[in-house]
Design a protein around this ligand. Structure first.
Ligand code: NI
Length: 296
């Protein structure tokens, strides 16, 4: 449906031109490979360089692409819905396994399928804001971004009575200033991801499963899209395999609540003394910087 509408193709050229393109009236398509005139081998969009940079001292963290947790916890996330057929099918799969996931909802779809939003909440999942029409927010004015987020915020509350606490910008594109502002305005934490099966691009259930199993680690935030039949087709085996590996599923807000700060790596490590106590281990490595991944 919405993915078939005329395209406003997002490409790196959007970052290069001075004037941002106007917000499309309809959702933008999923990321599209760079057009022929664009430099080769670049994704349609790239994560902001500071996407998950630590906040200034004393300020709350606004952005998460993964969490640092003590147990084998992961958060499954499903974007761009709800979808009239695929989301209810997914909900049944999750219910059968007693798994709680997080749904990043597009406001237009919330307005179209309020009963599915109610069902998502009734089943114990978390709901979150993924904008009204899926534009690239980082290229838009503050008032246009406010409209995108506020309309969706209001539509979610109207549909199910629950106030979303987190958001995910389409394509992961959200400036540092916008993240600070969304945190202040709605209390929204900005949720990115560290596991990306590229399920919007490779519409193959086996590929989706293989990539998720390959990439998932404790603390992972797993990106996928319940609007795609192939993604939902992949879920029974994917979820069962993750359970078999010992992973436990929580919502994003539950994962964030478990997050433990990671001390920065010391610049130079002095040679340990022979009588150093056993507890004087090196700090765990800092999280990897977000890769230049293509956006959800
Ligand atoms: Ni999306």
């Amino acid at each position: 449906m919405i993915r078939l509408l005329p395209a406003v193709f997002l490409s790196l050229t959007m970052h290069a031109v001075a004037a941002p393109k106007p917000a499309p009236a309809t959702p933008a398509p999923e990321p599209t490979p760079a057009v022929a005139s664009a430099p080769a081998a670049q994704p349609a969009t790239a994560l902001p360089a500071d996407a998950a940079a630590p906040p200034p001292a004393g300020q709350p963290r606004s952005t998460y692409s993964q969490c640092h947790v003590d147990g084998p916890y992961v958060a499954m996330t499903f974007d761009d819905g709800p979808h009239g057929a695929n989301t209810p099918r997914l909900l049944e799969m999750l219910r059968q396994r007693n798994i709680h996931a997080t749904f990043f909802l597009v406001g237009q779809c919330v307005a179209e399928f309020p009963d599915i939003v109610k069902k998502i909440v009734a089943d114990g999942h978390e709901i979150a804001n993924h904008s009204w029409s899926h534009p690239q927010l980082s290229a838009m004015s503050e008032s246009a971004v406010r409209d995108q987020l506020q309309r969706t915020h209001d539509a979610i509350i109207a549909a199910c009575g629950v106030t979303p606490k987190i958001m995910r910008p389409p394509y992961g594109a959200f400036t540092a200033r916008q993240r600070a502002w969304a945190l202040g305005e709605w209390g929204y934490k900005c949720i990115l991801w560290d596991v990306d099966p590229l399920d919007w691009k490779v519409r193959n259930a086996e590929h989706v499963k293989t990539e998720i199993l390959k990439q998932a680690v404790p603390g992972s935030i797993i990106l996928s899209h319940d609007i795609h039949k192939t993604t939902v087709d992949a879920m029974p085996e994917t979820l069962d395999a993750l359970l078999a590996k010992g992973f436990k599923f929580v919502t994003v807000s539950e994962l964030v609540a478990m997050d433990k700060p990671v001390a920065p790596k010391p610049k130079a490590t002095p040679a340990p003394k022979a009588d150093a106590p056993a507890s004087a281990k090196a700090e765990p490595a800092a999280p990897p910087a977000p890769k230049d991944k293509v956006k959800p």
